[in-house]
Design a binder for this molecule. Structure first.
Ligand code: NAD
Length: 270
């Protein structure tokens, strides 16, 4: 059964990592897919790998016009838009309040929030008329940092908390036509980088994390691959499976919320 047959999705930041895994999974599930991605190299790679099956638009989620161009390209090629996935983001490599100079805090906030929060809002604005017409849905990629401290510094954690507010507000405002939900993954190996204003644009997440370190804090005790997070997105995007979920945030975090006081995992001996 293909759960996304005849659905059209636009995914931001889908040139690598989770977004790319979503492109692969949504295509497998029968969807038609468009992408808005900042990196020209990644856009070229998408075009040569997927050809006409994927509409890849180069642009920046911080600009409304680029979001509108991506929506228009999806609608022009596929005739409609059913699902907008806001996914492009940057991390702050857990730079703490005390690590950052006042100037870094100031500039880092503007850059990180403009991608992680304003980018979702502008994407939702650009996609809303098409989604209202199709009675479709919005999904925002959240994070364990949408719910808990210590997975990032204050900039990233606050930005991912802010995205939960966008989900609640937009789910309220766009009902009854558009469902608005989120998926919050835990750590994974991707190309996730940091703000240029913090000097982190060349630094990837796995430069400051290890697979073993990530696995050890998760009750399910494994290091997830990007594809392991795609199921909840399919569920939320699927009309057949989701008539009722709106304003819902799925913690796809391998059990982080039920860590014990003494040990990360419970007592099951494998
Ligand atoms: P990634 O860097 O591999 O993917 C993000 C993509 O967004 C990149 O291709 C990047 O070029 C693009 N991008 C960045 N800024 C952009 C902009 N201004 N305009 C357009 N595109 C832009 O990283 P990822 O880990 O796959 O990140 C995807 C989502 O997953 C993010 O929302 C991130 O916060 C979330 N997430 C990641 C992790 C993790 O451990 N990697 C954990 C929890 C949540």
């Amino acid at each position: 059964m293909n759960w996304l047959e005849n659905e059209v999705a636009l995914i931001t930041g889908a040139g690598s990592g989770l977004g790319l895994a979503l492109v692969e999974r949504f295509l497998e599930e029968g969807a038609q897919v468009a992408v808005l991605e900042r990196s020209a190299e990644k856009v070229d790679a998408l075009r040569s790998r997927f050809g006409a099956a994927v509409v890849a638009v180069q642009g920046d989620v911080r600009r409304y016009d680029d979001n509108a161009r991506a929506v228009a390209a999806a609608v022009e090629r596929f005739g409609k838009l059913d699902c907008f996935v806001g996914n492009a983001a940057v991390w702050d490599h857990a730079a703490s309040l005390m690590d950052l100079t006042p100037e870094q805090l100031d500039n880092g906030f503007d850059e990180l929030f403009s991608i992680n929060v304003k980018g979702y809002l502008l994407g939702a604005k650009a996609a809303a008329p098409a989604l209202i017409a199709s009675q479709g849905s919005i999904i925002f990629t959240l994070s364990n940092s949408s719910f808990y401290p210590g997975g990032g510094g204050p900039l990233y954690t606050a930005s991912k908390h802010a995205a939960t507010g966008l989900i609640r507000e937009l789910a309220y405002e766009l009902a009854p036509k558009v469902r608005v939900n989120g998926v919050g993954p835990c750590g994974m190996a991707s190309d996730l980088r940091g703000p240029a204003s913090l000097g982190q644009d060349g630094l990837r997440i796995m430069d400051s994390r290890t697979p073993e370190g990530i696995a050890s804090i998760l009750p399910l005790q494994f290091f997830p691959q990007t594809a392991d997070f795609t199921g909840p997105f399919v569920l939320l995007a699927s009309r057949a499976n989701n008539r009722t979920l709106s304003g819902v945030m799925i913690n796809a975090d391998a059990g982080l919320g039920i860590r014990g006081i003494r040990h990360a995992a419970g007592g099951l001996q494998l």
